[in-house]
Design a protein around this ligand. Structure first.
Ligand SMILES: Cc1cc2nc3c(=O)[nH]c(=O)nc-3n(C[C@H](O)[C@H](O)[C@H](O)COP(=O)(O)OP(=O)(O)OC[C@H]3O[C@@H](n4cnc5c(N)ncnc54)[C@H](O)[C@@H]3O)c2cc1C
Length: 314
């Protein structure tokens, strides 16, 4: 039996997290069929990271993101391909589609996998907002796995994937998309390898220039704490944490953020955490790999100057 992978795309590019899902599936050892919705993306990339076949789904009803219909199409693709496992990225779209798919297919679901299945079939996943790990096993014949972005090595297989059209019929959606707004043309936070984030310690939106400058010098995306987006200092799509976006970059720099549990829930799986705060007792220091006790308005300009003399953007 093979593995099916849901391929999410942005601006006609396969998302990095979807390529990780393909590579994850290929490392599980079975044949991999990548299911791609929407406009054609770079299909060579899918083969490079392990897809044996690409199914291009064509149906106008699937042009808008409708989780229920995407799940229906994926279920039909799994039946057509004889796949017993479906892998999705644990990003916003994967998180919306996977539970519906699990219910439709009567398939066990593991969300937020951070490692490949062991020889015994157990899968490691984050629990309690990333504070602990659990090793779980799916006992049903059909399995759904969502893979935490940036948690596994994106191994290359350099295959040439066969491309086939998949004309699938789906029902009518109970949702109607009225309007779509592209929040930012920049790299989505969940795809970013480096993130510079700031909180209420920055005092006001007029001070965000130093955060943007540091992010630019480091080739990083920008994020913020919840009060910052609630006060409209920054757009809501930058809010990270329990009620915002959960991220796992290689580097997370937190500037003027206290480190409340609800903030940590979305960032504490970052590989390296750097905290800049003028309060040595700030709780965030307990979760930091590196900490700088100091005034952000003095420390950050110095970091920008230093970063300018080095090339961090690659
Ligand atoms: C149900 C619920 C869900 C929530 N979800 C989220 C969430 O998803 N994400 C989130 O972020 N929060 C969330 N919160 C809010 C959370 O509890 C905190 O209130 C919030 O994270 C605090 O934001 P902050 O660190 O920016 O501000 P503050 O707590 O005000 O901290 C500001 C920090 O800046 C430091 N500082 C001040 N001046 C300077 C300076 N000049 N230089 C350097 N440092 C300075 C201070 O020492 C302080 O540590 C949630 C709360 C609830 C109840």
């Amino acid at each position: 039996m093979g593995i099916l992978v849901y391929v999410s795309t942005s601006n006609n590019q396969i998302n990095k997290s979807a390529l990780e899902a393909i590579s994850y599936a290929a490392q599980c050892g079975d044949s991999v069929t990548a299911v791609q919705f929407g406009e054609a993306a770079d299909q060579a990339e899918a083969g490079k990271f392990g897809a044996d076949k690409i199914l291009k789904v064509s149906n106008a009803k699937l042009n808008d993101f409708q989780p229920n219909l995407i799940a229906e199409a994926l279920m039909k693709a799994a039946e057509a391909e004889g796949a017993d496992t479906i892998v999705l990225s644990h990003d916003l779209s994967g998180k919306a589609v996977a539970p519906i798919l699990s219910a439709k297919m009567h398939a066990g679901l593991v969300t937020g996998a951070v490692a490949l299945p062991t020889a015994e079939g157990t899968i490691k996943k984050g629990v309690f907002s990333g504070k602990a790990y659990a090793n779980v096993k799916i006992n049903t014949a059909k399995k759904i796995i969502t893979v935490t972005p940036n948690s596994i090595d994106k191994k290359e297989f350099n295959k040439t994937a066969a491309v086939a059209d998949f004309a699938v019929e789906v029902g009518d959606s109970r949702l109607k998309v009225v309007e779509q707004k592209i929040e930012s043309a920049d790299l989505p936070l969940t795809e970013a390898i480096k993130v510079v984030s700031a909180g209420r310690g920055l005092k006001g939106p007029e001070n965000w220039g130093i955060i943007e400058d540091l992010a630019k010098e480091l080739g990083a995306a920008t994020a913020c704490s919840r009060p910052v987006s609630d006060m409209d200092w920054r757009p809501h799509h930058e809010h990270v944490g329990q009620t915002g976006v959960a991220i796992r970059p290689n580097l997370y720099i937190a500037i003027g953020i206290s480190g409340a549990i609800q903030h940590l829930a979305g960032v504490n799986q970052s590989k390296v955490i750097v905290v800049i705060n003028n309060d040595p007792e700030a709780p965030f220091f307990k979760s930091a790999d590196y900490g700088i006790v100091g005034d952000a308005f003095e420390v950050v300009p110095k970091l920008i100057e230093k970063a300018k003399s080095m090339d961090f953007t690659s």
